[in-house]
Design a binder for this molecule. Structure first.
Ligand code: HEM
Length: 419
């Protein structure tokens, strides 16, 4: 029987990996007719697509989400949308003109990436370690030592990246609700809010965020500080970002950097609980931490899928792709391909997992990978030593409703019952 899968409508449920395996074996380039998308599932083919940005354009990372939305706008919402567009017209126009790193192709992508790379050098990120550690200590407070249960996703993995990005942007003392804005953005793009953005206040959040960022950018241009926004818009620098470019970029950081990092932490801890032998190995030798983090990214990838669009007629693994055809390189499936990672469904923190595609591949390789790894390492170093005496309350914690990201919405840990 043919495998059925459509990235926008198939409900993946708790374990999408058997379905990915079936696709890899039976239809490695699977055409999802309803969404008109070619889904690519084998490691080599996914890398081939991501490695040819001139043939597979990242503009799809913008246009495909609009196609996927199936928004149910009620008539009264049309008024709200019109009001939003009118109020934000100058910012929206500038953002549109500026483009967004993740949706751009060369040469503009290369220019913009060279500029924003300045804010994410490995040396700079390493200097952030002490205060990231302080945030982890603050968020955990004495939860790990108390007898009561706590939720490692809600109490640590969710607030950590938001606080980190606020600090990097220099807005941690602004008193604004960045968390709500960021959650609403992600929900409106790939989560439950994609069907009803007005009801969930997504447009409101977007408008509030844009107004806040525009004001902040103007302030930093006049009075630069020691933060990412000041660095990017500093008029004394060559190629300083304009308002539209800077707003677009910060919005991207919130979308790309928060929930992904949250899910790496949640998925990693969940995988350790599901594989007690691997937890024992890590407890036995904490130097295995980097191997564990890479294996968590491979085994249960926070970003499951990305999108591209063919700029010319071509073929992938013998399947013809028309010019303009949408292609979905499925990172999480590629990471479970036995052809690249022997016995790929086995979670093994000692395996050679380098080359995994959890952070993508090629020109668009994740800008925040070093920051994500650092946050995850600090969070795991704080929590993992306690996992031996804690257990997870739900054997299969609830999975987030999204076709793009994979993670647990909650992961409650409590003291093990005495034997
Ligand atoms: C575990 C956490 C993370 C994962 C799994 C992840 C994954 C990814 C992936 C797969 C891509 C490639 C998208 C594509 O090819 O179309 C990407 C790009 C990107 N990520 Fe991350 N990311 C994470 C954390 C972060 C963080 C913390 C930041 C920044 C604060 C960030 C910022 C970005 C940006 C700006 C891009 C676009 C790069 C470009 O287009 O040149 N990410 N990420």
């Amino acid at each position: 029987m043919a495998v059925e899968y459509d990235p926008f409508t198939t409900h993946l449920g708790g374990d999408p990996y058997p379905l990915y395996r079936a696709l890899r074996e039976q239809a490695p380039v699977h055409y999802a007719a309803d969404s008109d998308i070619y889904c690519v599932t084998r490691y080599d083919d996914v890398r081939q697509v991501l490695g040819q940005p001139e043939l597979f354009s990242s503009r799809a990372m913008d246009t495909v989400f609009r196609r996927s939305r199936d928004v149910r706008l009620r008539p009264r919402h049309l008024v709200d949308v019109a009001r939003f567009v009118w109020k934000m017209r100058s910012v929206l126009l500038r953002m549109r003109r500026a483009g967004n790193l993740i949706t751009l192709d060369p040469p503009r992508h290369s220019e913009l990436r060279a500029i924003v790379n300045r804010g994410f050098t490995p040396r700079q990120i390493a200097t952030w370690e002490p205060w990231i550690r302080e945030i982890v200590v603050e968020e955990l407070s004495d939860k790990l030592d108390q007898a009561e249960a706590f939720d490692v996703v809600r109490d640590l993995a969710i607030p950590l990246p938001t606080r980190v990005i606020m600090r990097v942007l220099g807005v941690e003392k602004s008193g604004v609700d960045f968390k709500r804005w960021s959650d609403n953005l992600v929900s409106g793009i790939s989560g439950p809010g994609r069907h009803d953005p007005m009801a969930l206040g997504i447009m409101d959040s977007m408008a509030e965020l844009m107004v806040f960022l525009r004001t902040t950018i103007h302030e930093r241009r006049a009075n630069p500080g020691d933060d990412l926004i000041s660095l990017l818009v500093d008029p004394a620098q060559d190629h300083a970002l304009g308002d539209g470019e800077a707003i677009s970029f910060v919005v991207l950081l919130l979308i790309a950097g928060n929930e992904t990092t949250t899910n790496l932490i949640g998925n990693g801890i969940n995988a350790l609980y599901d594989h007690p032998d691997q937890l024992a190995l890590l407890l036995d030798d904490p130097a295995r931490m980097p191997g564990f983090i890479e294996e968590a990214l491979r085994y249960d990838s926070p970003i499951q899928i990305v999108f591209r669009r063919a700029t010319a007629a071509t073929e992938i693994a013998g399947v013809a792709i028309p010019e303009g055809g949408y292609v979905a390189p499925m990172l999480a499936s590629a990471n479970r391909d036995d052809r690249k990672f022997p016995d790929a469904d086995r979670f093994d923190i000692r395996r050679e997992s380098s080359g995994h595609l959890g952070f993508g591949f090629g020109l668009h390789f994740c800008l925040g990978s070093a920051l994500a790894r650092l946050q995850a390492r600090i969070a795991f170093e704080a929590v993992v030593p306690h996992l031996g005496r804690l257990e997870k309350r739900d054997a299969a914690p609830e999975i987030i409703d999204s076709f793009l990201v994979r993670g647990r919405s909650s992961l409650v840990l409590e003291a093990r019952a005495a034997a």
